[in-house]
Design a protein around this ligand. Structure first.
Ligand code: HEM
Length: 568
């Protein structure tokens, strides 16, 4: 399947070319040089390439600039680059990019993507976690030895990386802790309870005198404070410290540049100083014993860090990553879902009518006021349109790319496609490609269709389209590393958005343009902010908001989708 016109490959679709981006030439050149070196280290340090001749490799997509053309493309267009390439060859199930001698396999076919997720043994994520811990979180050499599994009893330098997928190692244990404490059960329940109490507090503080403010930033700050309090307890470093909240988002904005470890105070000064400030604040937090009031997630993680021998300084270094993961995608998803609903008056009315029955109004003898209690266990059964808009939002603005390294030569097989993949190599599974494919979603792929994920809509699809949509929609990734925070995020987003559309009138909202998507971003951000005014809706003026998690466990498995079953 050769390309007939190479110029086509590197020409830029209007939608991407129109986007604002600020990658300057100097930084691009520096990034290019350093990432070539990084890529070579990641790719070559483990094994020599071995060939599996049985089947063909995915076809090579050439670039006009030899050796580093695709690297320059990735740095210039970042997350959007794979989408650009794929739009030039929409029928290709996968393609290979060559950067020097290194290979990147980009998988576009939904069945092949799911096949790759299932084989976590061959397509490994651990090496990327090790690499980013070292580059982004400034872990000491002693800490890196623990992370690389070198302090594990019986460590065999020639054995499987990180002592195997499920073997004894700090990373495997930490992964298990995340999955266990964030899956439906008592730990998640208390986390949900804490985050929603804090969200309710923010809603109850709203009065009509606020004037205009930026909607994205306002939601960002509420979610950041609520998540920090739920995860780290009432004396978390962010409480009463708006500067540290700003710092978290400065870090988030330029963390890719920090990963280069090249003149960080020059190329990413705000992110660099922000990381130091957050790290110092967490060191003080732990020194003062505030972690005793933290969530089970943090207490279990801390016990594990201590057991494996991490020093206090490294423990503080880790924390920026936890809070970053817990907020970065949740904030944008909440903002977009709310904006899409508010932009369509008929949809807004329909959602208000759908959610009102799950909100009970009652006079509370405790607060002496009228309370609006939202039963969040009923989203799944009683609010199909709301849930459909949640998924449609994630389809349109969620474009995370899962990356895995191919640790042994393998065949990737699904339906009629089988490809041979060499090792070492990197595979990329960009959800941006499948989420925006007209072949999967139809001609209205670029529009927000609120009913797309309703069971009644899906029932009209033929079997093949239904299969492609199920497999091609993966905003939370998949396989062993499927986002463990998806239940927590779903509860928080749906509750927050539902309370806002039901109890408040938000004036001036519209759906903004999307910002240029930097490497490392999962959910796209808005370009700029949207100035709005907010006031209590007629009939809801005096109520206090409160979220009820019901008598039973809130199980968001069906809502958040996905399963973490993988081949071991
Ligand atoms: C709308 C919100 C969210 C989205 C769209 C999202 C998306 C993702 C994606 C795409 C991945 C990579 C999965 C892969 O490569 O297969 C991921 C990983 C992860 N997410 Fe989320 N996430 C969200 C919220 C959260 C929250 C709230 C938390 C924590 C409370 C969280 C914690 C994590 C962790 C710890 C990982 C790494 C998992 C691993 O390495 O095994 N996420 N997320």
């Amino acid at each position: 399947m050769p390309f007939t016109n190479e110029t086509d490959i590197l020409s830029i679709p209007a939608v991407l070319a129109a986007e604002n981006h600020n990658t300057n030439v100097l930084v691009t050149i520096i990034l290019t040089v350093i990432l070539v070196a990084v890529g070579a280290t990641v790719v070559f340090r483990r094994e020599e390439p071995k060939k599996v001749p049985e089947f063909q490799e995915p076809p090579v997509l050439p670039s006009k600039v030899p050796f580093i053309g695709h690297l320059i493309g990735m740095l210039r267009w970042q997350v959007g680059y794979m989408q650009m390439l794929s739009s030039k060859c929409p029928s290709w199930p996968a393609f290979t990019l060559r950067i020097g001698a290194a290979r990147i396999y980009v998988i576009c076919d939904p069945s092949l993507i799911q096949a790759a997720y299932r084989n976590a043994k061959t397509f490994d994520f651990g090496s990327f976690v090790v690499e980013s811990s070292e580059r982004l979180f400034q872990i000491s050499e002693h800490g890196m030895k623990i992370i690389r599994g070198e302090t594990t009893p019986g460590y065999d330098p020639n054995g499987p990386f990180l002592n195997g997928n499920n073997g004894k190692s700090f990373l495997n244990e930490n992964h298990r802790i995340m999955v266990d404490t964030l899956s439906p059960g008592p730990a998640l329940r208390s986390l949900n309870r804490a985050v929603l109490d804090r969200v309710a507090g923010s809603l109850n503080d709203i009065d009509s005198t606020e004037g205009k403010f930026g909607l994205y930033r306002w939601m960002r700050d509420i979610i950041t404070h609520a998540s920090a309090e739920a995860i780290y307890g009432p004396n978390n470093p962010f409480s009463g410290n708006p500067k540290l909240v700003e710092d978290l988002w400065h870090f988030e904005a330029d963390m890719t540049l920090l990963m280069l470890q090249f003149m960080p105070t020059f190329i990413a000064p705000k992110a660099y100083h922000a990381r130091t400030a957050i790290r110092n604040a967490f060191e003080e937090y732990y020194a003062n014993g505030h972690d005793k009031e933290a969530s089970i997630l943090i207490q279990t993680h801390l016990a594990s860090c201590k057991k494996w021998g991490f020093g206090d300084s490294d423990i503080a270094n880790f924390e920026v990553s936890t809070l970053f993961l817990a907020t970065t995608n949740t904030v944008s998803t909440s903002f977009w879902q709310l904006s899409y609903i508010l932009s369509d008056p008929e949809l807004l009315d329909a959602i208000r009518a759908e959610v009102e029955p799950i909100i009970k109004r009652q006079n509370s003898p405790i607060v002496g006021e009228e309370v609006a209690v939202m039963d969040i266990t009923l989203f799944q059964t009683q609010c199909p349109l709301l849930v459909s808009t949640f998924h449609e939002t994630l389809r349109l603005v969620g474009s995370a790319t899962s990356v895995r390294s191919v640790v042994a030569p393998a065949n990737l097989k699904a339906n009629s496609n089988t490809f041979s993949l060499q090792s070492p190599a990197v595979i990329q599974l960009p959800s941006g490609i499948t989420h925006s494919s007209p072949a999967i979603w139809g001609p209205d792929v670029n529009s927000f269709n609120p009913t797309r994920f309703l069971a009644s809509t899906k029932a009209t699809l033929d079997k093949e389209t239904k299969r492609k949509q199920i497999q091609g929609y993966f905003p939370f990734g998949g396989g062993k590393h499927l986002c463990p925070g998806r239940h927590f995020a779903t509860a928080e987003i749906l509750s927050f958005v539902t309370a806002l559309v039901t109890g408040f009138d938000i004036e001036g909202s519209h759906v903004p343009e999307r910002a240029f998507q930097k490497l490392g971003t999962g959910v796209r951000k808005p370009m700029g902010d949207v100035d709005v005014g907010i006031k209590r809706r007629e009939g809801w003026e005096g109520v206090k908001w409160c979220f009820d998690l019901g008598g039973q466990e809130v199980n968001f498995s069906t809502l958040a989708g996905g399963s973490d079953e993988v081949e071991e």
